[in-house]
Design a protein around this ligand. Structure first.
Ligand code: AHR
Length: 491
């Protein structure tokens, strides 16, 4: 029996809803087909946006959406994507499959998408190959309410009122696809570019600087040293590549060893957050600068027969656990981690949604986001779970259980708990300090480790009501099945 101890009296940080954010890039079938099908499509749409996808994302309360990249961001020239569609320039998407980008989805379309989703836009500007003027004018076009060349242009293009834009990224992966810069060089470029990203009227930008890849502590050090005072947040990108960058391995049909390697690598997120924050705190002792993990998730070989540049992969129970663990980690670091964006929302990498023509399926990862959504804006509280180390070899041992707990504004307790073992169930004695229980609603997602949904069988992995618990004088006892994610809402 493992004890799970929850002390709701020890309140910690607020879990900002943006931790449950997503990322959309002009990559493969993410934007085109996955989200935007155009007004004339047979697929039901509102102003070109798929109705089924928008509804599904609203169901999980998508709080924020990052766009247009990724590596695409530092090649994107926003002016190519405004005005009458027939006049928009076509370009080659050199990063992602060398396909023609017709720019039919641009600034107006993205802002319309966010309006439909009722989420915050997070726009990533082009520092790698764009000019200071171009970035500055994008902010003006989006947010200026007055007489100016960009405000006039926006009005001519049919949008009289400025939009509200808070989250603005100044470059993406500028240590790599965004210009192969050194940290000091980027830090200085960041200072310069962000100077001209103005706050117009009451629109206040929250400026996001490009942070490190994985454990590149030198990057964090260099950028913070030069530019800490000029940013609201620094980003971190960390993907779970089970077989490493060169040989990632398949999304389905993997073995037990790969499962535990995947879990082990996912858990590394915790160490990365702690170590990057330690460096950030050196240059920002008041802890004003937030950390944003704006790219995370499992990244595998593309599905056989698909364009290697499109990064289309299936999504199994392994992805459900990768999501569950990462989201628990972000919750537990919500004092400094203020946003996270899963890569990517539809049809790319660890997508929550896959589409094929007019068909749409929800992945195991989608269900985890749905089960975790009550953590959004709730307050993290103290929790502890007894664990033991498990795995098939010495090197890739992981704790068997992983949890986080919050209390929402109505006083409900949200517990999300993962069983990382692929073949062992565990008895858990849940002790909730000084808090009687009135009612419990629980949901479980469980299946074999590489189970997944397909267009022919869309409900192989789906959440079900979990009833296998008993209330006790001090909390609740339950048995958590192997390879599962459970969420409890306790009143
Ligand atoms: O998500 C795919 C790519 O991964 C992004 O474009 C880039 O930022 C990262 O390397």
């Amino acid at each position: 029996m493992s004890r799970l101890i929850i002390n709701t009296h020890n309140k910690k940080s607020k879990i900002s809803k943006e931790i449950y954010g997503h990322f959309s890039e002009h990559l493969g079938r993410c934007i085109y087909e996955g989200i935007y099908v155009g007004e004339d499509s047979q697929i039901p749409n509102v102003n070109g946006m798929r109705v089924d996808v928008v509804q599904a994302l609203k169901e999980i309360k998508i709080p924020v959406l990052r766009w247009p990249g990724g590596c695409f961001a530092d090649e994107y020239h926003w002016m190519d994507g405004i005005g009458p569609k027939e006049n928009r320039k076509k370009m080659i998407n050199t990063h992602w499959g060398g396909v023609v980008e017709d720019n039919s989805f641009g600034t107006h379309e993205f802002m319309e998408l966010c309006r439909q989703l009722e989420c915050e836009p997070y726009i990533n500007g082009n520092l790698g190959s764009g000019t200071v003027q171009e970035m500055s004018e994008w902010v003006e076009y989006l947010t200026f309410d007055g007489v100016s060349p960009m405000a006039e242009l926006r009005k001519q293009n049919g949008h009289e009122e400025p939009w509200k834009v808070k989250y603005f990224g100044v470059g993406n992966e500028n240590w790599g696809c965004g210009g192969n810069m050194t940290p000091e060089f980027y830090g200085n470029m960041y200072r310069r570019y962000q100077t001209y990203c103005r706050n117009y009227g009451d629109n206040k930008l929250y400026k996001i600087a490009c942070g490190p890849n994985v454990d590149d502590y030198n990057w964090t050090e260099g950028v913070m040293k030069v530019a800490a005072n000029f940013m609201d947040a620094l980003t971190l990108h960390y993907y779970t590549h089970p077989g490493g960058w060169e040989n990632k391995g398949p999304a389905t049909g993997f073995d037990k060893e790969t499962w535990y390697v995947s879990m082990n690598k996912t858990l590394k997120m915790e160490e990365l957050i702690n170590r990057h924050l330690e460096i950030m705190n050196k240059y920002d002792p008041e802890k004003r600068v937030d950390l944003i993990i704006d790219e995370w998730g499992g990244w595998y070989d593309v599905e056989p027969g698909t364009n290697p540049g499109f990064l289309y992969q299936q999504n199994t129970m392994r992805d459900a656990l990768i999501a569950g663990i990462n989201l628990n980690i972000f919750n537990k670091h919500s004092d400094r981690v203020k946003m996270a964006n899963l890569a990517q929302v539809v049809n790319v990498l660890q997508a929550v949604i896959l589409t094929e023509g007019e068909k749409m399926i929800l992945t195991p990862t989608y269900h985890v986001f749905n089960m975790y959504k009550n953590h959004q804006e709730a307050t993290l509280v103290e929790s502890y779970i007894e664990t033991k180390m498990i795995g098939v070899d010495e090197k890739n041992q992981v704790p068997n259980l992983h949890e986080s707990v919050s209390v929402d504004a109505e006083g409900r307790i949200n517990i999300t708990i993962n069983n990382l073992s692929i073949d062992e169930a565990y008895d858990i004695e849940g002790i909730i300090v000084d808090r009687p229980i009135k009612s419990v609603t629980a949901t479980i997602l469980t299946n074999k480790m590489d189970a997944y949904n397909t267009f022919d069988n869309p409900e192989v992995v789906k959440p079900e009501e979990f009833k296998d618990f008993v209330l006790t004088a001090q909390g609740l006892n339950f048995n958590i099945p192997a390879c599962s994610v459970i969420s409890f809402i306790i009143e």
